[in-house]
Design a protein around this ligand. Structure first.
Ligand code: SF4
Length: 474
């Protein structure tokens, strides 16, 4: 090949690389984020609010924000996501959004008839300084909230926090507004599932049902964002935690909060408001975290673990044992949200894989310490960062390549440029389906994660093997 055509090929390869400007050399960046590994607070608040039955999420800000929040959820779930907006224009931006919100509350209850409106703020209304409790007090005084209907709120300024904190804030609002102790401890457990998929919420409820442990789950997006096609549009599908259940959460005998960042603040609020003791656990992703969840539920509810659950656990361990040769010391780069990554990293380390680049876009003071501890015995240098971006993640991968990438849809650009197998994991997943229907939590979810990992790694072996080494049986 001539020098000229070699140069031409190199140039062509550079042109088809989508992130070709990402340099290998890492320089400290203090005020520039490139390809953020996060989305904004109201998206999380909207997702949590959809987990209340008959709820209309309401974005107190401009229409641009709310369109972005709705479209991100719609693209991820492939379902229409209903929400309302205060529709700020220049006037509201200068004089405040009180009259917009009062008008919106009136319109929403009159036209759409939800049981509850869950208001979250945006950067703009937070910068103006709108006092939402005062506005809601005025709405009540002006009889804009019909008898038996409710309006709750969460402050979600997106110049601090991310979609995870937005989710946590709206979930805590459910406790602040509704949970009441009736003076007795009822024989049921609250489960705050954290930011997981509707399919994961179903799986957690299934495990609780197998243990015969009565639970209240909130929020609960099952059958709201993964409902069946019935041919009939329903603005408020049948799923979701009810207001009565949220009130009753104040009289439960205990709370299990899954994911410290997304669920911890609600569990602690419930404890201090209603004296419901709580255990804050990791998300039950992988064998060890699921063991801790099942054992805590067993103790708290005073029940036994049935053989069906022990069998599922055994099946998961059987897959790990059978396929150990394909997993052993494979290097993985992870990007996502703190709660998910803590459990996923523990799972990968427990099956002898090597997560060596682990980055979250959400700032979490516990994240780095937890990951350091979990990866302490990994026989390789490990990069860990919280509150950083995907450009740094990409640079880590360029400097120390891996066998597998795991992260949300945006990682596909890195996977293509670096030619590395990629598994979609976390939020948002905009270009595939499955996450709404098949869980990744608990033992069965662990099997699904393993299936995806093994498919990605073994497909690569098939793709790269010579004709002589191309095996039918692997
Ligand atoms: S302005 Fe703030 S709330 Fe609106 S989309 Fe942007 S980050 Fe989110």
């Amino acid at each position: 090949m001539s020098a000229l055509s070699m140069n031409g090929n190199k140039k062509l390869k550079e042109i088809i690389m989508l992130l070709r400007h990402t340099p290998k050399e890492i320089k400290e960046r203090k005020s520039l984020t490139v390809n953020p590994a996060k989305t904004c607070q109201p998206i999380g608040a909207m997702y949590a609010a959809l987990g209340i039955h008959g709820c209309m999420p309401h974005s107190h800000g401009s229409q641009g924000c709310y369109a972005y929040h709705r479209s991100t959820l719609t693209r991820h779930y492939k379902e229409p996501v209903m929400a309302a907006s205060s529709s700020f224009t220049e006037g509201a931006s200068v004089f405040g959004g009180q009259s917009n919100l009062l008008q919106a509350i009136n319109n929403i209850f009159t036209i759409y008839e939800p049981d509850i409106i869950a208001v979250h703020t945006t950067c703009l209304s937070e910068t103006i300084g709108d006092d939402i409790p005062q506005i809601l007090g005025k709405a009540r005084a002006d009889n804009k909230i019909p008898e038996g209907k409710f309006v709750i709120h969460a402050n979600t300024p997106s110049y601090v926090g991310t979609h995870v904190t937005g989710f946590a804030n709206m979930t805590k609002a459910m406790v602040d507004y509704f949970a009441i102790s009736n003076g007795h401890k009822e024989p049921k457990i609250n489960i705050i599932p954290g930011w997981v998929e509707p399919s994961d919420m179903h799986e957690i409820k299934r495990i609780a049902a197998e243990l015969e442990a009565p639970i209240v789950m909130f929020p609960d997006t099952e059958n709201i964002l993964n409902g069946p096609q019935t041919g009939k549009y329903e603005m408020f599908p049948k799923g979701g935690v009810t207001i009565d259940e949220l009130v009753s959460a104040g009289s439960s005998q205990g709370t299990i909060a899954l994911g410290g960042l997304a669920s911890g603040s609600s569990a602690r609020a419930l404890d201090s408001k209603c004296k419901v003791p709580c255990e804050i656990l990791d998300l039950p992703i992988g064998i060890k975290a699921t063991d801790r969840f099942v054992d805590t539920l067993r103790k708290m509810a005073g029940v036994n673990v049935p053989d069906t659950i022990t069998t599922e656990r055994g099946q998961l361990i059987d897959i790990v044992t059978d396929m150990q040769a394909y997993l052993y010391h494979k290097k993985v780069a992870l990007v996502g949200d703190p709660d998910q990554l803590i459990s996923l990293t523990e799972f990968l380390v427990s099956i002898d894989m090597m997560p060596i680049h682990i980055l979250t876009g959400t700032k979490d003071k516990n994240f780095e310490k937890r990951i350091e501890k979990i990866t302490a015995d990994v026989p390789h240098e490990v990069n860990i960062a919280s509150g950083k971006d995907m450009m740094l993640y990409h640079q880590w991968v360029k400097n120390d390549p891996v066998d597998l990438l795991m992260g949300n849809t945006y990682v596909k650009y890195i996977a293509r440029d670096e030619d590395i197998p990629f598994i979609r994991f976390g939020f948002p997943i905009l270009d595939r389906i499955g996450h709404s229907y098949f869980p990744i939590v608990c033992y069965r979810g662990g099997m699904r994660i393993l299936e995806k990992i093994l498919e990605a790694l073994m497909d690569r072996i098939d793709r790269d093997s010579t004709e002589i080494a191309f095996d039918l049986v692997m």
